[in-house]
Design a protein around this ligand. Structure first.
Ligand SMILES: [Zn+2]
Length: 339
């Protein structure tokens, strides 16, 4: 089965009333864990790699790891997505090695030579211009595009924003019409990273419903949707970690957001925590262990377990066989017919 276009996967999720998790990867064990969870729960799945992940893995390795994942799981719909693409050049590179979806984060200008973490916001008009350029390039090749409006708080690679500004529904409507994006990241009060909130966050649920009405043809994405369970933070700290207490987005809030119109749920932090906890546990309990398989193996198992539980709670489980992935050629024809 070829890799699946993201537009199709999210439209199927919208029809079915469930959400699809997008899980970040940087190495073989993470890819294997995510696919093992998808196989166990019979879930469609989005694997995503950020700019940092592409630098860390080197594009060629990632390309072949994904080819292996695809070959090993012929019955699962799998999307390969670029997370927070900074510009058209990197989107082009990702498309060239077979990504079926790219995000262009036109809300921030990454290209200026500003210090790390201080990238300036782009104007709304500039965001539309940059996003449109990527949409034109990607759709001509059948590849899906995710855009971003508003500013998400927190830290994801070097995506920093101190202030959380909520998405404006008027802008959503105009942005979707003018760019033709397949998916749009909404700022509804979530935040990137482990240190999200001191109190349980209140997400702007009515805003999701409003955006759903205003842009009925676009799929919506929630970034920074890790739950940062206390047990997981405690586990890391129990085995020598030093993470401050933190709160993420409760599963019930994610489920409510899905009901109101979110299709894609980005999860990175929880995976980092579970992998760290598992490795620390081995190091603490078996200080004589020095075979990497003996700590990367348990980390992989723990990650698979975590992701399988997300797939069940997002409602993704059981939907892998609902449809056959379209080819990029099919999608190219679809986009051409829409013009
Ligand atoms: Zn993000």
């Amino acid at each position: 089965m070829p890799l699946c276009p993201m537009r199709q996967m999210l439209e199927e999720a919208r029809k079915g009333g469930y959400g699809v998790g997008a899980y970040n990867v940087n190495n073989m064990e993470q890819i294997q864990a995510i696919l093992a969870a998808a196989k166990e729960t019979r879930s469609p799945v989005i694997i995503q790699a950020s700019r940092g992940a592409l630098e860390y893995t080197n594009l060629v390795y990632l390309k072949h790891l994904m080819a292996a994942a695809e070959e090993d799981n012929p019955l699962l719909p799998i999307v390969l997505h670029l997370d927070h693409g900074p510009n058209l050049a990197l989107c082009k590179e990702a498309i060239a090695i077979g990504f079926t979806s790219v995000m262009i984060d036109g809300s921030i200008d990454y290209d200026k030579k500003t210090p790390e973490g201080k990238h300036p916001a782009r104007s709304f008009e500039d965001n539309i211009r940059v996003t449109r350029e990527v949409v034109r390039y990607a759709h001509a090749r059948g590849v899906s595009v995710e855009g971003e409006l508003g500013t998400l708080g927190g830290i994801e690679d070097d995506t920093h924003a101190d202030e959380v500004l909520l998405t404006d529904p008027d802008e959503v409507e105009e942005f979707c019409k003018k760019t033709g994006v397949d998916a749009l990241a909404l700022a509804i009060g979530t935040s990137h990273g482990a240190y999200k909130f001191k109190h349980e966050p209140v997400l702007a649920m009515d805003l999701v419903s409003e955006c759903r009405k205003r842009a009925p043809d676009t799929n919506f994405v929630m970034h920074g949707s890790s739950s940062v369970p206390k047990e997981l933070v405690d586990e890391v700290n129990k085995y020598g970690g030093k993470l401050p207490g933190a709160m993420g987005v409760p599963i019930a809030s994610i489920q409510e957001a899905v009901k109101r119109g979110i299709q894609k749920i980005n999860v990175d932090t929880d995976g980092r925590l579970v992998v760290t906890a598992a490795i620390r546990k081995v190091f603490a309990e078996k200080p004589g262990e020095f075979d990497p398989r003996k700590y990367l193996g348990p980390a992989r198992d723990a990650l698979a377990k975590l992701i399988a539980s997300k797939m069940r709670s997002f409602g993704t489980a059981g939907h892998a066989g609902d449809y056959k992935p379209k080819t990029l050629a099919d999608m190219k024809a679809f986009y051409a017919s829409r013009k």
